[in-house]
Design a protein around this ligand. Structure first.
Ligand SMILES: N[C@@H](CCC(=O)N[C@@H](CS)C(=O)NCC(=O)O)C(=O)O
Length: 282
């Protein structure tokens, strides 16, 4: 496992790092950001994963997400992976912001030509956690996950499928039912093929309908989000949780849009909420 340090910068008493490594899953170099709070020698800290949305890299949340003060306060390592494989050899649709590079949808693609490199599910679920375990002072017995929009979809689906791995799951403006909205249906059809049964493990509402549960889920959604009605459809998650008897906290936040102005407003709240659950694991 070769890890290259792109940059390390002191912030809030800890270190904001950017790293890259050759990924076996994607067959490309992958870049990710990690904030490690100040800590005692030998101390291991719980981890909060943050999955980003369409068009993003590791950098958007690092620059605009405002998580460091809260992570330093609560002693939580914050990990922000990229949203897709990158590089000249990776197939792309350069005129579409919602597919290809920057839009991996956290799936393992099975359709050509995407299946060779677009393996973001295995990258996030297996390869990157192994690298984090080997390289950072992370207590991998205590992990939580969050994300935004397409990354909110990633957080909910990876969290619901791995309910033993994650102490708590949250999301900002997530795509809750990708199989039923244009962004998701387009991506899942191309990455996975037309058999909609294969989409269900990549769809939070379908996973809950099919029996997945998690005891600690928090979602924030802005009411002034341009994508709410067509792409995000929070009401579908509210209905699925209610029908399943699953206690989720789903908050409609008045007047907030889809941007990092919204995410940064509620980021400290999410970090504190995860910290409360992660600390109860000790
Ligand atoms: N209007 C946007 C649609 C994509 C978008 O809103 N992306 C969200 C995630 S779904 C985002 O976080 N963009 C990057 C940013 O705001 O820094 C575009 O065409 O780039």
């Amino acid at each position: 496992m070769t890890l290259r340090t792109v940059s390390e910068t002191r912030s809030h008493g800890g270190i904001q790092g950017v790293y890259s490594h050759p990924s076996i899953e994607t067959g490309t170099d992958m870049t990710f950001a990690v904030f490690v709070p100040d800590h005692e020698p030998g101390e291991k800290m719980p981890v909060l994963w943050y999955l980003s949305g369409l068009t993003c890299t590791h950098a958007n949340v690092m620059e605009k997400g405002e998580y460091r003060a809260a992570c330093a306060e609560h002693g939580i390592i914050f990990i922000a992976p990229d949203t897709s494989p990158r590089g000249d050899g990776v197939p792309d649709t350069s005129d579409e912001y919602d597919f290809g590079k920057g839009a991996g949808f956290y799936v393992d693609a099975v359709q050509q030509p995407w299946s060779k490199h677009y393996r973001m599910r295995s990258y996030i679920e297996r390869e990157l956690p192994d690298l984090i375990t080997a390289s950072f002072p992370a207590d991998m017995q205590r992990q939580s996950i969050t994300g935004h929009s397409m990354g909110g979809h990633g957080a909910l689906t990876i969290g619901l499928r791995g309910s033993d791995r994650f102490t708590s799951i949250s999301a900002f403006s997530p795509i809750v039912a990708p199989g039923k909205v244009p962004w998701g249906a387009k991506a899942l059809a191309r990455y996975l093929g037309e058999d909609r049964a294969a989409w269900r493990e990549y769809d939070a509402v379908a996973l809950i309908e099919d029996g997945a549960r998690h005891p600690h889920m928090l979602v924030d959604q802005g009411t002034a989000d341009n994508f709410l009605e067509e792409q995000l459809q929070t009401h579908q998650l509210i209905t699925a949780c209610k029908d399943a008897g699953m206690p989720a906290e789903i908050r409609m936040q008045d007047g907030y849009d889809h941007s990092y102005f919204f995410i940064s407003t509620f980021m400290a709240d999410h970090v504190a909420w995860h910290a409360k659950h992660l600390k109860s694991e000790i």
